[in-house]
Design a protein. Structure first.
Length: 202
């Protein structure tokens, strides 16, 4: 530390091939490699499971998701057919980046929100706790980056660390939030091709 050396470092927003290249380049040069990757990951953004998560697990890195509440969407603060107003991210700017109201307010998003709300009601916890419990239990995830703006939000989010979803609850959330990959290479056809290859087919 006093010598100005970096002992551990991580990467952010890398694709699977970029991560793998960085890891193996570090090994080839016999220098310290990255120890973690920070991608966006939540019930609303699961596409990293197709390539990035397997690359992280294969390389032995930790996964440190940012925006685990989908920019506040999974906390239940936004409503169907009612553009946000007031002191929230989208209330101040409804067109804000990738979480913009019109961009993210899709049928799938509202179905995910409904599923999270149902489980939260059944368990007597907040929607944020359910969404955080889901993401922190995913393969490779070591911690999450919280974006709380108030002490109350932070306290609610931290309670998510103690919540354990049942297999049935997890399966329900997995099903409703499935991003539905197309047939190839991540969908059913791609899986069949990989299985054939692993079994010795061509």
């Amino acid at each position: 530390m006093h010598a100005g050396k970096v002992r551990y470092y991580g990467l952010s927003n890398f694709t699977g091939w970029q991560l793998t290249k960085a890891v193996y380049l570090a090994r080839a040069l016999n220098i310290a490699g990255p120890v973690t990757l920070q991608p966006q990951y939540s019930l609303l953004v699961r596409e990293i499971e197709w390539e990035i998560v397997p690359a992280v697990v294969d390389a032995g890195l930790g996964l440190l998701p940012w925006s685990p509440l989908g920019g506040g969407w999974l906390s239940g603060k936004y409503q169907r057919d009612q553009r946000p107003v007031g002191a929230t991210r989208l209330g101040e700017d409804p067109d804000r980046g990738m979480e913009a109201y019109d961009r993210r307010g899709t049928r799938r998003t509202w179905e995910v929100i409904d599923a999270v709300q149902k489980i939260a009601g059944q368990r007597g916890v907040s929607m944020a706790e359910v969404a955080l419990a889901w993401v922190t239990a995913r393969p490779g995830v070591t911690s999450t980056i919280l974006g709380a703006r108030t002490v109350g939000q932070l306290e609610t989010n931290l309670r998510g660390a103690d919540l354990r979803l049942t297999a049935e609850e997890t399966a329900a959330l997995d099903a409703v939030s499935d991003p539905q990959a197309t047939d190839y290479p991540y969908g059913e056809m791609g899986v069949q091709q990989r299985d054939r290859r692993l079994a010795g087919g061509s």
